[in-house]
Design a protein around this ligand. Sequence first.
Ligand SMILES: NC(=O)c1ccc[n+]([C@@H]2O[C@H](COP(=O)([O-])OP(=O)(O)OC[C@H]3O[C@@H](n4cnc5c(N)ncnc54)[C@H](O)[C@@H]3O)[C@@H](O)[C@H]2O)c1
Length: 435
Amino acid sequence: MKLTIIGSGYVGLTTGACFAEVGHEVVCVDNNEQKVATLLEGRIPIYEPGLEELVHRNVAAGRLRFTTSTPEGVAHGTVVFIAVPTPPQPDGSVDLTYIERVAREIATSLTPDLGYRVIVDKSTVPVKTGEKVADTVRRYAPDGVEFDVVSNPEFLREGSAVGDLMEPDRIVIGANSDRAIAEMQRVYSPFVAPVLITDINSAELIKHAANSFLALKISYINHVARICEASGADVEKVADGIGMDERIGRSFLNAGLGYGGSCFPKDIAAFIHIADQLGTPFTLLKEVQAINGSMVSHFIDKIREKLWVFQDKKIAVWGLAFKANTDDVRSSVAIELIRRLAAEGAQISASDPKALDTARAAGLPDTVTLCESPLEAAQGAEALVIATEWLHFADVDFHEVRKQMHTPLVFDGRNLLDPSAMRHLGFEYHSIGRP
Ligand SMILES: NC(=O)c1ccc[n+]([C@@H]2O[C@H](COP(=O)([O-])OP(=O)(O)OC[C@H]3O[C@@H](n4cnc5c(N)ncnc54)[C@H](O)[C@@H]3O)[C@@H](O)[C@H]2O)c1
């Protein structure tokens, strides 16, 4: 099929490459000229495992190309996906200006002779956005244009996006017309996954409800970790014991500094806002947010208990990305932690296997030094903080780390390392919810 993706970021580019991989002819559109120029030169603007090979292979096969022109994209694809940002506003509501703009751009690119088009929203949007997109396209498109709007929320995880797209747990198609459903089933026919067909509003709600539930699991275990700390229990054992119940499951029960990234914080805030607006306040989610927000402060208090005053203290921080296997630092808890320690006068030396450039671009305080290797960051440090769960950090030679540090004091904000092994190596070791 001929498919178009508007917005070639983490979601759009990876989705486009995976659609091309299964045989569709894909055009990825982005209005960021520099991003498109980079892609046209054969370079990938983001780090996502497996993506580079996938893009190169499909560009070479003529199934994947890039453009800055929305009219060109709309002329190409019978199915046009929208994968543009839906950032949060200060009150938690979603900024829908990108979506509205793309809806208008699609509308003015449509002509009756192009034939039927399916306009698919893949961005995460509040319930009822599909109706607004359909109204907008109807308002700005010329008479005689045939189209349907579909909601097809995306569940990929950065860091494993290619695998998640090629072998999804489920595909949700929210549509109000049989014709649109048939087109979407053709799009996804090469993928082996259960397909759930719903109305548009339900599909939109599924995404916010799913992310909020996952965030709830994280905050739940993080509060259990606090109870473990207060009582001497071990949160990992508790999580194992809870997670062995198949009604609950072990995933997303890892205690740590809390969730960050470009999705969870904004999606939970959005769902709270949506529920408020619909007159059904979701106070449970407000608590999820509050617990998450408290984790960094709680962790900083632990560090303070040992270092007393942060002014002029050299602290090594391992991790900048919001989670492992990505270069994405948007709403990264690691960056928040660094900013807060730096604001109290600490001299931070930070390292990350993939996110040095994105962190530099995001802007860090002057007192933060970025280091190419974890060992370099640890040199002369009075404390080492692990802020992102890169497995790479667990493989560092800790004999060497101990030699390099001023004081062998480790605060593991992701429970990445084994407490007894670290103590055996001569470190004073603190983590979250574990004795
Ligand atoms: N990143 C994730 O893990 C993830 C997972 C599931 C869903 N989502 C959702 O998918 C959407 C996109 O997220 P992302 O992380 O890919 O964002 P992103 O910022 O990485 O990419 C969005 C792209 O859209 C482009 N764009 C903006 N306006 C445009 C326009 N008018 N025409 C063409 N291109 C335009 C931007 O230049 C950018 O390259 C969001 O709604 C997000 O919540 C993200």
